[in-house]
Design a protein around this ligand. Structure first.
Ligand SMILES: [Zn+2]
Length: 379
């Protein structure tokens, strides 16, 4: 993947935007109302796989009276209205409001040269009430000063629970001893079923892409993790495992629950969701594993996370950033051990460069595969 100058990247995206927009399918358009008035920009809101609603920051912020500016170096948008200042950074859950750090619900992403921000996070960052009204398919924004908030709009993030993910059959690779696999076959992996989930997705409802976190040079997490998953699957398959992928490059979107459901459907032994980490502090780097604090398989989760961490860090020579627990939709209700593998920080300039290298992604795949083998060997 070529390193791109961010301004060139944005310029190309803006050009694409101008060229492609009239042709864009607009079936699922979401209306935006600010203080009761409909506003329109050149970028439509979209709903991601977690039913989070993303809205274009600038058009809403300007409608609320903020002046907007953009810093290419930090990947940050700055809003200002009187003495009030807000900073939002691509790929970061943290917002700075009047100098104070606030942890938001999710992070802004770049799309076609526009900063798209989750509705709930926007509400936390600016002095406004921001809601998504699923029934009306509308984002409704009220300045704090005119907080009227119509009754009845219960949910902030819409419940438009599209049941995505069942249209395309997942590519199931390998299995059965067959292909000259005797020399490379592994007793520990033969007969095992492994679900690999490449985080984020190519196509979201309405045709929007979810790139995941995007690095300073414009590398999208979505593509990096897809490649690592393909490479990992190839290794595991050679060793006799059956590998199920929740998505391939151009597959339609999946809900997080839909991804986890593959583990049940295919009676999997383990489930691994592969991601790249991101933080507004670009010095953060290293490899980390995440499991759910509440899980039916806590012991196995931890064992798998430890094995993956040990072997991935060894293969990559990255900093051991540690094991963490949280509450992740993609790991919820798994019938087997489940781990989110954060290979490196795409927000760190050095690690983004590494992740963009084919040889580094191959090593990541080898590390993950070794970790998987070690996990099964210890069972
Ligand atoms: Zn991710």
């Amino acid at each position: 993947m070529k390193k791109k100058n961010r301004s060139l990247f944005l310029a190309v995206f803006l050009l694409l935007c101008a060229l492609l927009l009239p042709l864009e399918a607009r079936a699922a358009d979401i209306s935006v109302f600010v203080n009761g008035k409909q506003v329109s920009g050149d970028t439509q809101p979209w709903v991601n796989e977690e039913s989070r609603v993303y809205v274009p920051l600038r058009v809403i912020a300007e409608s609320l009276g903020y002046a907007c500016s953009w810093d290419q170096v930090s990947g940050s948008a700055f809003l200002q209205k009187g003495a009030e200042t807000v900073k939002l950074t691509l790929g970061s859950n943290y917002y700075t409001v009047n100098g104070k750090r606030v942890k938001g619900d999710s992070y802004p992403v770049a799309y076609r040269g526009r900063v798209m921000v989750p509705v709930r996070s926007l509400g936390e960052a600016v002095q406004a009430q921001v809601q998504y009204d699923a029934a009306k398919n509308s984002v409704i924004v009220w300045s704090a000063a005119d907080t009227v908030i119509g009754g009845g709009n219960s949910g902030i993030t819409g419940g438009g629970s599209s049941s995505g993910g069942n249209s395309a059959a997942p590519p199931a690779t390998g299995g059965n001893s067959g292909n000259s696999g005797n020399s490379t076959g592994s007793k520990t992996l033969a007969g095992r079923t492994i679900v690999l989930d490449a985080g984020h997705g190519k196509v979201q409802p309405g045709g929007w892409t979810d790139p995941g976190a995007v690095g300073y040079y414009g590398t999208p997490e979505r593509d990096i993790v897809m490649d690592i998953v393909y490479k990992t699957a190839a290794i595991l398959q050679k060793k006799g495992a059956t590998v199920i992928l929740t998505r391939a490059a151009d597959q339609t979107w999946l809900t997080l629950a839909g991804r986890a459901a593959y583990a049940t459907k295919y009676d999997a032994d383990i489930f691994i969701s592969v991601h790249c980490n991101a933080n507004e502090n670009r010095s953060y780097h290293g490899t980390a594993m995440y499991t759910n604090a509440v899980s039916y398989n806590s012991y196995a989760d931890t064992k798998l996370a430890q094995a993956l961490q040990k072997h991935t860090v060894a293969a990559l020579g990255t900093r051991d950033a540690g094991l963490f627990q949280g509450s992740f939709g993609v790991l919820r209700n798994l019938p087997c051990a489940g781990v989110i593998a954060e290979i490196g920080f795409i927000s760190n300039l050095e690690e983004e460069k590494k992740l963009a290298k084919n040889s580094f992604r191959q090593k990541a795949a080898e590390g993950l595969a070794k970790g998987i083998e070690a996990y099964f060997a210890a069972k």
